[in-house]
Design a protein around this ligand. Sequence first.
Ligand code: SAH
Length: 351
Amino acid sequence: MDLQIYELIEKLHTTHSLEKNEYLALIEAINDETVEELARLATEVREKIYGRDVFVRGLVEISNRCKNNCLYCGIRRDNNNIHRYFLTPEQILSCVQQGYSLGFRTFVLQGGEDRYYTDELLSSLIDIIKKKHPDCAVTLSLGERGYESFKNLKEAGADRYLLRHETADPVHYSKLHPKEMSYESRMSSLYELRALGYQVGCGFMVGSPYQTPSELAADLKFIEKFKPDMCGIGPFIPHKDTEFRDRPAGDAVLTCYLLSIIRLMIPDILLPATTALATADRKGRERGLLSGANVLMPNLSPVAVRKDYALYDDKVCTGDESAACVECLKTRVASVGYKIVTERGDRKGFL
Ligand code: SAH
């Protein structure tokens, strides 16, 4: 390995910080040897903190109705080719109940920005879940709801919030989103969530249109500075009803390489091997775990709506019942020497 790259990896490993141009050099130095070395160090760090445990989050996709029009996303407002749905509170509670019996202790309510879910409705839902299952965490992934709403939902008992920053470069952000969405608003939402006491997750797509190594280096520098509790990254995958339909999908190896870098940057971060990674690579979940990831987020949504929650084409795991998904995941996780645990799985040291 090039001496300069070796030294950068060593610096990242020991100081958890690099200059932006150093992140860029590291990204550009991706090859079999650097991929392997970073994965080796990242799993070592992960095992020191989380052992071989894998935390699971039960994902409930509560609605694919969305007022936003993100250019890359299959459930964007202007896509008239999909069947829109939303789950009723009763349906959501039934998914959570089933997930609880399967061993889940964190539930992620994710969806498009659907006005049906008022603060009042969500608060009562969160309250019911937390009262029924005091040993569980509730994570929200419902977009930019604004400070007051974030505050109300925190007070109702929500523990964590996932809001990917999508890209830490304002010009790149404007190429991925319509004019009415803003980089500043996305970023200030993340700081608001942090100030309200949520465990906060940011993240981005790997290989999104117009992304170059320089934008990725900006993402890494932002993550280093923001120090999120969680970080969701997965390859961009085109969706046929978007203008990015002919763009190439993001690379699974690069995604794993970035997972390793993020693990070394923030040793105790909660880092999922995402469904998009599993879609881009049949062994994506296993490879993610072997690159420093320690979280999986299987789908608990009713099978009848899974195909409708298509952010991108060919999403995996849309046909299986939740119980079958869990069995499949257990086998996959065991195949790489790790073990799924029945725990809330907070970031070490957060509580
Ligand atoms: N509406 C919510 C959550 C749903 S979108 C929100 O805005 O946070 C969840 C994530 O899916 C997005 O943050 C985006 O990074 C990812 N995503 C959307 N379209 C995608 C695509 N075509 N390929 C890969 N990931 C995509």
